[in-house]
Design a protein around this ligand. Sequence first.
Ligand code: GTP
Ligand code: MG
Length: 133
Amino acid sequence: VEQSYIMVKPDGVQRGLVGEIISRFEKKGFLLKGLKLFQCSKDLAEEHYKDLKDKPFFPTLIDYITSGPVVCMAWEGNGVVASARKLIGATNPLQAEPGTIRGDLAVQTGRNVVHGSDSPDNGKREIGKFSNN
Ligand code: GTP
Ligand code: MG
């Protein structure tokens, strides 16, 4: 069955948005298969965002993701990867549609409250990485 790795980023945890974010996936009808509060290491953050390592904002991104605890979740269901990306909204919260998580709850790309896997293969891979760390 398809699974997506969904992670509430440190700003989402600090702002008290964990319940709100979980609620959106629950109400949509996906199944929560795993959850933990977790302090992401620099190494794991760099591995998670390795495709972005040449971007100018990479060091800022790693500092952000490791700045406090995250909530790691595995969500399951047919089409969950693409649907979660729609529920989350565009990377830049100012461009995210109202009704999406980022569209409703954030204003900065560098503090966009939640991560969602971009393919089913990456969903499996990310869930594996974060459950074994
Ligand atoms: P994730 O679900 O977190 O992977 O976001 P995404 O798939 O919508 O975007 P992408 O994978 O391209 O970028 C990963 C994360 O890097 C984004 O969610 C942002 O937190 C951060 N990021 C992307 N672009 C920028 C940028 O231009 N500036 C800053 N500060 N952060 C960025
Ligand atoms: Mg991404």
